[in-house]
Design a binder for this molecule. Structure first.
Ligand SMILES: Cc1cc2nc3c(=O)[nH]c(=O)nc-3n(C[C@H](O)[C@H](O)[C@H](O)COP(=O)(O)O)c2cc1C
Length: 202
């Protein structure tokens, strides 16, 4: 089977990409509006793209009417965000926080998600998240340039919070204890506990 992407409707392109490029990590992003309302939402078009400086990339689509999602509005205005990783224990809350609420209504409050203050940025963190990266917006790029339908956010990590409960005896992150979820196609998710190792060739 061969699929000519130029002949597909956008939704079909999305479905083929989202159901094959799997599992995708989920950035659970908190941000703060200029009026001071906290916001929390998940994004799975997400990756680490550099380690010097430590940089994460999040894609935020524009809404169908061209308006910006609350996360995008807040991050463009404030230049700050916190990116959490999502473990199985928080999967339901992550999903609940994807609801489209009115601007200024906090998913933390609406979904009963406890927060704590961050140390270097203003948006609060998810209290129970085992991994959280406080970030500053290094660059934002509307994409594609000729007719943008999303923004790519380049987020530089300022400080990472790693809960000691997910560390192994050597003090490294243990995938079994992390128990992160990955996004598959449609409504499906996976857990990252099925681990095998391979030695790299010299
Ligand atoms: C698992 C998951 C992954 C998602 N990934 C993305 C994504 O990569 N890009 C995007 O624009 N929206 C994505 N969404 C949808 C947003 O979370 C949703 O539009 C949300 O309402 C945005 O919230 P906000 O307006 O508070 O920023 C995803 C939703 C879920 C549940």
């Amino acid at each position: 089977m061969q699929i000519d992407f130029s002949k597909l409707e956008p939704l079909e392109r999305y479905r083929w990409l989202a159901s094959t490029i799997t599992p995708r990590p989920i950035a659970w992003v908190s941000s703060l509006s200029k009026e001071g309302a906290s916001n929390l939402a998940p994004f799975s078009f997400f990756q680490v793209i550099n380690d010097d400086p430590a940089t994460l990339l999040v894609n935020i689509n524009h809404r169908e009417d061209g308006s910006y999602k609350d996360t995008l509005i807040n991050v463009l205005e404030s230049g700050e965000l916190v990116i959490h990783l999502v473990d199985f224990e928080h999967a339901e809350q992550m999903n609940a926080s994807s609801a489209q609420l009115a601007h200024g209504v906090s998913e933390f409050e609406q979904c009963g998600i406890a927060s704590v203050s961050s140390t270097q940025v203003k948006p609060p963190r998810v209290a129970g998240a085992a991994v959280a990266f406080e970030c500053r917006l290094a660059q934002s790029m509307p994409y594609p340039p000729q007719a943008p339908n999303c923004h790519l956010l380049f987020a530089e990590v300022l400080v990472a919070h790693i809960d000691e409960r997910v560390l192994d005896e050597k003090g490294r992150a243990d995938p079994q204890r992390l128990d992160l979820v990955g996004r598959l196609g449609g409504m499906s998710y996976t857990r990252t506990r099925d681990v095998f190792t391979m030695v790299r060739p010299t």
